[in-house]
Design a protein around this ligand. Structure first.
Ligand code: PEP
Ligand code: MG
Length: 571
C-alpha cells in the first residue's frame, strides 16, 4: 500500500483532513431495453428530484457566498429541469420505445443541444449550455456517480484534483478547504500562487495522485517539504503535529518583525512588497508587514463572472486597494489574460501555443476599448494612494509606447472632463520576455521602473512550460542564464536612475534572496505569507558581502552549482 506521495511544495504549512476528490465524473451511457417502463419512469423522476434539491442548495450557497448574478445560472438550470418540452419526450421514449432512462435522456438532450447550438442567437446557445450541464447532473444521479461543486463543500477537507484552474481555486472556501494536492502543475502555476495568498498548505505535481488517493481517506499535506501522507498511523500523525507546532513557533518569531523596516545586516534598506489578486488580500499584506504591493494581478477581477467588469466596478476595486495601503507604493498590473488564465465570456480562438499567443498586453492592444476602460478606472482611482501602473508581457519598445500613449490619452480626456488624476503615477513594465531583458538599457530610458516576472521569464528563457511537471527539471531560477538576465535589467535601471523590483515567485525564495541582494534588487514582491520570513533572512545578510560574490556566482556553469555555492556562503 502506498503511504506517501512526493510533489512540489507549493504553499507552506501542514494540514490534516479527509481527502475530497474534485473530478469530472465519467458518464458513459449505454442504450438498453427495459421491461418495466413504470419503474424506469420512477428512476428518472427520482434522479430529477435529487437534481432539483441539489441545485436549490447550490443556488442558495452561491447567492450567499458569491453573488445573485452567479446564482441565477442555477436558476436557469432549475427551469430546464421542469421544462415539459424536454422531460415529456424523454418519458415518451421510455414508455413507447422501452428505452432505458439514461439513453432516453441523453438522446433527447443531445437533440435540443444540437438544435440550439445551430441557431445564430447567443441566448439560445446559452440554453444549450444549460441543458448540457443539467443533463450531466441528472445522468450522474441515474448512473449513481457523484458530481461535485467546489462551493458546496461544507466540512474540513483536503482537495485532491488532477488540476485546479484559477477559477476552480477562487471558488474554494478557505474556511473548509484546509489544503490541496494536484497531480499537475508547478510552484508558479496560478493555483499554487493562490494557495499561498490564501495561506492554504498545498502540494502540486504529485504524480499518480488520482490513482492513489480515494475519497474520505485521511491525509496530511506537508506544504513545507512537498509530501502527502496517506492514511497516516498514529506515530506519523504525532510527528507531523510536532512539525506543525514548530512551524507555528517559527512563524510567531518572524511575526515580531511585522512593524520593522527591511534592513540588511550592513544597514542597507530594501523594500518587501506583496503580490495580491483581490482587494481582500490587502488585509493579509498588512498583517504580514508588507511595505508595498509589488503586483496586483487585476485579471482576477475579470474572472468568476459572466461579463467584463464595468469602469465603475474596476474603479471601486482599485480605489479600495489604494485606500487600504494608505500611501504605500501600489503597483497595479493591467489585465494579463491568456495562457492558463481564461475568461468564460471572452471567446478567443483556440491557439496551438496559448502561452506564446494573443495574451496580456497583446490582447489589450488588440481590444483597445476594453483596455481604455481599465486605464480610466485606474487613473480615476489614482488620487486615493500611491499608484504605479505596470504593463505585462512587454516584448518590444513599440508595445510599451503604444500602451503608454493610450494611458496618456485617457488621462488627458479625464482632465478635460474635470476629473482629478494624480500627477505622480509611475509607469513601468514587467520584464518576463527575454527580448525585453536583453534590451533593458533601451527600455530604461523610457520606463519609470521594471518588475521582473521570473515565473514567465524562466519559462521563456529555458523554453520549459511553467505548468508542465515533466519539464520541471528545466525550470531553473538559479540557472546562470536567468541570473545574468536579472543583472542586465537591474544594472540598466540603475544607470538611468530607475528602480527594479521582482514579482515572480523567485523573489521570496531563500536561495535567491542572497543573490538578488548582491545584484542590487530594490524591491522584492512575494506572497504575503512569505514576507516575514524573507525580512528575517535579509536582516541577517550583508548586502556588500553578497555583492562581493556576484561575479563568481554568475561565472558558474549550472543551477546546481549556484545553489551549492549560495548554501556554502550563507550557512
Ligand atoms: C511572472 O510571470 O513572474 C508574474 C509575476 O506574472 P504571472 O505569474 O501572473 O504570470
Ligand atoms: Mg507573468
Amino acid at each position: 500500500m502506498i503511504t506517501s506521495l512526493s510533489g512540489i511544495a507549493a504553499s507552506n504549512g501542514i494540514a490534516f483532513a479527509k481527502a475530497f476528490r474534485l473530478e469530472n465524473p465519467k458518464l458513459d451511457v449505454e442504450k438498453t431495453t427495459v421491461e418495466d417502463t413504470e419503474k424506469e419512469i420512477s428512476r428518472l423522476d427520482a434522479a430529477l428530484a435529487k437534481s432539483v434539491a441539489e441545485l436549490e442548495v447550490i443556488q442558495q450557497r452561491t447567492r450567499e457566498q458569491i453573488s445573485d448574478k452567479e446564482a441565477a445560472i442555477f436558476g436557469a438550470h432549475l427551469l430546464v429541469l421542469s421544462d415539459p418540452e424536454l422531460i415529456g419526450p424523454v418519458k415518451e421514449k421510455i414508455t413507447n420505445d422501452k428505452q432505458n432512462a439514461e439513453s432516453a435522456l441523453k438522446e433527447t438532450a443531445d437533440g435540443f443541444v444540437a438544435m440550439f447550438e445551430a441557431m445564430d442567437n447567443e441566448y439560445m446557445k446559452e440554453r444549450a449550455a444549460d441543458i448540457r450541464d443539467v443533463t450531466k447532473r441528472v445522468l450522474a444521479h441515474l448512473l449513481g456517480v457523484s458530481i461535485q461543486n467546489p462551493s458546496m463543500i461544507s466540512e474540513e477537507v483536503i482537495i485532491i484534483a488532477e488540476d485546479l484552474t484559477p477559477s476552480d481555486t477562487v471558488q474554494l472556501n478557505p474556511q473548509f478547504v484546509q489544503g490541496f494536492v494536484t497531480e499537475i502543475g508547478g510552484r508558479t502555476s496560478h493555483s499554487a500562487i493562490l494557495a499561498r495568498t490564501l495561506e492554504i498548505p498545498a502540494v502540486v505535481g504529485a504524480k499518480s495522485l488520482m490513482a492513489t488517493i480515494q475519497n474520505g481517506v485521511s491525509v496530511i499535506v506537508d506544504g513545507l517539504d512537498g509530501q502527502v501522507l496517506i492514511d497516516p498511523d498514529e506515530a506519523t500523525i504525532a510527528e507531523y503535529q510536532t512539525k506543525k507546532a514548530q512551524y507555528e513557533e517559527q512563524k510567531a518569531e518572524w511575526a515580531k518583525l511585522k512593524n520593522e523596516a527591511t534592513v540588511t545586516a550592513d544597514g542597507q534598506a530594501v523594500e518587501i512588497g506583496a503580490n495580491i489578486g483581490t482587494p481582500k488580500d490587502t488585509t493579509g499584506v498588512l498583517e504580514n508587514g508588507g511595505e508595498a504591493i509589488g503586483l496586483y494581478r487585476t485579471e482576477f477581477l475579470y474572472m468568476g463572472r459572466d461579463e467584463f467588469p464595468t469602469e465603475e466596478q474596476q474603479y471601486e476595486a482599485y480605489a479600495a486597494v489604494l485606500k487600504a495601503m494608505e500611501g504605500k507604493p501600489t503597483v497595479v498590473r493591467t489585465l494579463d489574460i491568456g495562457g492558463d488564465k481564461e475568461l468564460s465570456y471572452l471567446d478567443l480562438p483556440k491557439e496551438l501555443n496559448p502561452f506564446l499567443g494573443l495574451r496580456a498586453i497583446r490582447l489589450c492592444l488588440e481590444m483597445p476599448d476594453m483596455f481604455r476602460t481599465q486605464l480610466r478606472a485606474l487613473l480615476r482611482a489614482s488620487v486615493h494612494g500611491n499608484l504605479k501602473i505596470m504593463f505585462p508581457m512587454i516584448a518590444t519598445l513599440e508595445e510599451f509606447r503604444e500602451a503608454k500613449a493610450l494611458l496618456l490619452e485617457e488621462k488627458a480626456k479625464l482632465l478635460e472632463e474635470g476629473i482629478e488624476v494624480s500627477d505622480s503615477i509611475e509607469v513601468g513594465i514587467m520584464v518576463e520576455i527575454p527580448s525585453t531583458a536583453v534590451m533593458a538599457d533601451a527600455f530604461a530610458k523610457e520606463v519609470d521602473f521594471f518588475s521582473i516576472g521570473t515565473n514567465d521569464l524562466i519559462q521563456y528563457t529555458m523554453a520549459a512550460d511553467r505548468m508542465n511537471e515533466q519539464v520541471s527539471y528545466l525550470y531553473q531560477p538559479f540557472n546562470p542564464a536567468i541570473l545574468r538576465l536579472v543583472k542586465m535589467v537591474i544594472d540598466a535601471s540603475h544607470r538611468e536612475g530607475k528602480w527594479t523590483g521582482m514579482c515572480g515567485e523567485m523573489a521570496g525564495d531563500e536561495i535567491a534572496i542572497p543573490i538578488l541582494l548582491g545584484l542590487g534588487l530594490d524591491e522584492f514582491s512575494m506572497s504575503a505569507s512569505s514576507i516575514l520570513k524573507a525580512r528575517a533572512q535579509i536582516s541577517k545578510l550583508s548586502k556588500a558581502e553578497m555583492a562581493s560574490h556576484t561575479e563568481r556566482i554568475l561565472a558558474l556553469g549550472t543551477s546546481d552549482e549556484v545553489e551549492a555555492y549560495v548554501k556554502s556562503i550563507v550557512s
